[in-house]
Design a binder for this molecule. Structure first.
Ligand code: ADP
Length: 448
């Protein structure tokens, strides 16, 4: 690979740039006019302005991205996460231009992008899935029949869903029709498809996900689980590796099943299988065919650079190691820091007048903030990630509290104060949080 265009912004663009620099591969940064002064542009080898602030005219503009790749002579594109990272048409266009897409094949992205098809495929490969409808539920009568069979409460979910949108709970038969209609309308507005399906709504699961890498040449390994149960509105705020609830034997069993499934699927590059875990059982909900926001916790406990592995695989190299070569050392926790009011979660973009990230042993900060930078209002409100690593979970929690206390961001409100409250909470410290815990902790009404 001679030169990689990074089709993203913010901390993940920097993260990819860093991996490329260590591998000796030059990169091209792209930016909207709103991001001309952004850190990922300032540190870039080369940069191209791809359009106005609105994401659909810049970071989601496939034609502008491909032109930028062509004029700079890039031969590969890393999509990061979000934006076009799970857009099979974009991956196809990249390949049609003779460039390498650093990710799975368009076919695999497409297959997992439809969550109904993804569940069916995984079930066929012997992976347990959350019980629910067999396929799309296109009318209320079918919804009623499925809900009666699986039992209430049920969750109506968008087949093309992502980011926690297009999901509605029906607690009883009376609420089902409204939930079905609202989920369909939300799905249509957010994803352009009103296909929805039904799932049993679990009352106290954990969100457990498994990181995998596959080289497309028969090599498939997993890097253990992440526990992402600390969520608000089905969106993750804090993630850990490993899970305080999963034993090494459970990890091995899940990993063996998942890697066998992906080998049969013929998957290539990085991926994450997401499960709900309740009463000792895992049930698959979806697969993300890209790098995840929370990938650093896995990197810390496994001592792996997942981005450089993605690049190596995309360049056609075999993994060169097997499952027995992957070990787990200590515990890692990540806090997602967003430019939001920590009370009402309203996005609060603006100018950062002072910025001081924490440091010291076992502390990693992935952020594109700097003193004087502007957080534009046009994009996701996440402005950084604080990751800590320590020999035990208890030590990681102490380290996290210390690092959170050192962290200074002045000028915009952030969720740092909320993270300080979470680390001091006894339920969190005991490792007992399920996916519904944070909603109660912040006192917010459940979104459904
Ligand atoms: P998205 O793609 O929008 O992120 P997911 O299917 O990954 O949607 O679900 C996001 C979150 O919603 C999960 O992590 C979990 O907290 C919650 N969720 C999803 N399915 C269920 C379910 N059947 N029961 C309870 N909670 C669920």
């Amino acid at each position: 690979m001679q030169k990689i265009l990074i089709a993203n912004r913010g901390e993940i663009a920097l993260r990819i740039q860093r991996a490329c620099r260590e591998m000796g591969i030059p990169t091209v940064a792209v930016h909207s006019t709103a991001d001309a002064e952004a850190m990922h542009v300032r540190l870039a080898d080369e940069s191209v302005c791809i359009g106005p602030p609105a994401a659909r005219e810049s970071y989601l503009n496939a034609a502008a991205l491909l032109s930028a790749a062509t004029i700079t002579g890039a031969d590969a594109v890393h999509p990061g996460y979000g934006f076009l990272s799970e857009n099979a048409d974009f991956a196809e266009m990249v390949e049609a231009h003779g460039l390498t897409f650093i990710g799975p094949s368009p076919e695999h992205i497409r297959a997992m992008g439809d969550k109904i098809a993804a569940k069916a495929a995984m079930a066929a490969f012997g992976v347990p899935v959350v019980p629910g409808s067999e396929g799309a539920v296109d009318d209320v009568a079918t919804a009623r029949a499925v809900a009666t069979r699986t039992g209430y409460p049920v969750l109506v979910k968008a087949a093309a869903g992502g980011g926690g949108r297009g999901m509605k709970v029906a607690r009883d038969p009376e609420g089902l029709e409204d939930a079905w209609r609202i989920a369909r309308a939300e799905a249509k507005a957010a994803f352009g498809s009103d296909a929805v399906y039904l799932e049993r709504y679990l009352d106290r699961p954990r969100h457990i996900e498994l990181q995998v890498l596959a080289d497309g040449q028969g090599g498939v390994v997993h890097f253990g689980e992440r526990d992402c149960s600390i969520q608000r509105r089905h969106q993750k705020l804090l993630e850990e590796a490993g899970s305080p609830a999963i034993s090494p034997a459970e990890r091995d069993a899940l990993g063996a099943r998942a890697t066998a499934a992906l080998r049969r699927f013929g998957y290539r590059n990085a991926g994450t299988l997401e499960f709900l875990y309740q009463d000792g059982a895992f049930a698959f909900i979806e697969m993300n065919t890209r790098l995840q926001v929370e990938h650093p916790v896995t990197e810390m406990v496994c001592g792996v650079d997942l981005v450089s592995e993605q690049i190596r695989i995309a360049a056609g190299q075999a993994l060169g190691y097997g499952q027995a070569d992957i070990g787990f050392t200590g515990h890692a926790i990540e806090c997602r820091i967003t430019a939001e009011d920590p009370q009402d979660f309203q996005p609060a973009p603006g100018r950062v007048s002072a910025y001081h990230p924490p440091g010291g042993p076992g502390v990693r900060v992935d952020s594109a903030l700097y003193s004087g930078c502007e957080v534009p209002p046009f994009y996701d409100s996440m402005v950084g990630k604080l990751i800590v690593h320590a020999p035990t979970r208890a030590a990681a929690i102490n380290r996290l509290r210390r690092a959170l206390d050192e962290f200074v961001v002045v000028g915009i409100p952030t969720t740092l104060p909320l993270h300080r409250r979470i680390v001091d909470d006894p339920t969190f410290q005991a490792g007992q949080c399920t996916i519904h815990w944070l909603e109660r902790f912040v006192g917010a009404d459940a979104p459904d």
